[in-house]
Write a protein that binds this ligand. Structure first.
Ligand SMILES: Cc1ncc(COP(=O)(O)O)c(C=O)c1O
Length: 340
């Protein structure tokens, strides 16, 4: 294959292949009834499937159109002007703009680099919680952009939730890659909300099906104000078909995990580059010469917290080979060696 790194789309953390044929067929067939609003029973069917996938009951599930909308719905229920909210730094960029519009007082807890991982200092977290008494704490677990696990432990989730009077939002967008989840705790912990998405391992980013898991009371309170027809018929049909046999999401995750490790091994010897461990479908890299990132032919996502870093999504084998050669060629070039 001709490798043109400028054509690679490895910056959105998508799955590189379309969903299975049965899922595409279901979405296409739903278009035959595009003249009809989606009935409540379609949403009910989806909630049933999501709840069994997450080990919960349908009352614990709210299905929404995309993560940003999920966060908007949740934050508008929970956060008022002047409320304190703790975010990690770095973290997924969609939370902060919504919280700012709501007038939240945002406090940031900086993650620490620790070898090939980034860690959340628990003592610092608990001390910040004591002084801030936040209304909301948001933890993306694994974290984007570092790809590191954060709490990753049910007992720790319990401890955090019982230590304050606000809510913990655990964003588990990458759970199928990470292999852990705290979603089963939702019925027993009133102040825990878990976010999931069908955009990653289910390969359905274009359908915008995202999920909030919380106690029955909180879900009812969110749904009391949510739009009547939040998801389109094709999105509902695709999600229902996908969850009727979710095994493909785990096969997708296995493929990405093995490619991710292959990419990490291939990039390890490259000059001036550090590639971190990952529990997701992307890797974070640190460049000794950050100015080189701008001259690369491949487009990477550059987190704003520090210009030394860039994020690469894991794609198909061919895409990954192309990305690795592009990085290797640029960084191992004479120009780079001269700088070193
Ligand atoms: C941590 C995190 N949460 C949420 C999302 C977005 O999910 P969705 O596609 O459901 O909007 C992403 C996407 O990259 C993410 O990294």
């Amino acid at each position: 294959m001709n490798c043109d790194p400028s054509q690679l789309r490895l910056y959105f953390n998508e799955f590189p292949q379309p969903p299975p044929a049965n899922v595409i067929k279901a979405a296409r067939e739903a278009l035959r009834e595009a003249n009809r609003y989606p009935e409540d029973k379609l949403v009910g069917g989806l909630k049933n499937l999501i709840s069994s996938y997450a080990g919960l009951t349908p009352e614990n599930v709210h299905a929404t159109s995309g993560g940003e909308y999920a966060f908007y719905e949740l934050f508008t229920r929970l956060v008022r002007q002047g409320d304190s909210v703790i975010l990690l730094e770095p973290t997924f960029t969609s939370y902060e703009p919504i919280l700012k519009v709501l007038g939240a007082k945002i406090r940031k807890l900086r993650l620490q680099e620790n070898g090939y991982r980034w860690i959340l200092d628990k003592d610092e977290l608990f001390s910040l919680m004591r002084t801030e008494k936040p209304r909301l704490l948001v933890i993306d677990d694994p974290n984007n952009p570092t790809a590191s696990p954060m709490l990753a432990d049910e007992d720790l989730v319990r401890e955090v939730c019982s230590s304050f009077g606000g809510y913990l939002l655990l964003d588990e967008a990458y759970t199928e890659y990470a292999g852990y989840s705290a979603s089963k705790l939702v019925p027993e912990i009133d102040n825990l909300v878990v976010f999931r998405t069908m955009s990653k391992a289910f390969a359905l980013a274009g359908m915008r099906v995202s999920i909030l898991l919380a106690t029955k009371q909180l879900i009812e309170s969110i749904e009391g104000f949510s739009p009547r027809f939040e998801l389109s018929r094709p999105s509902l049909a695709a999600a229902v078909e996908a969850l009727s046999d979710p095994s493909y999401a785990f096969r997708n995750a296995d493929f990405i995990k093995s490619e991710r490790e292959r990419v990490r091994r291939a990039l390890r010897p490259v000059n001036g580059l550090k590639v971190y461990e990952s529990f997701t479908n992307f890797v974070l890299m640190r460049f000794n010469y950050p100015q080189l990132i701008d001259s690369l032919k491949i487009r990477l996502m550059r987190p704003t917290f520090d210009r030394q870093y860039a994020r690469l999504s894991i794609g198909s084998k061919l895409e990954n080979n192309c990305a690795v050669s592009a990085l290797r060629d640029s960084l191992n070039s004479d120009k780079q060696s001269a700088k070193a």
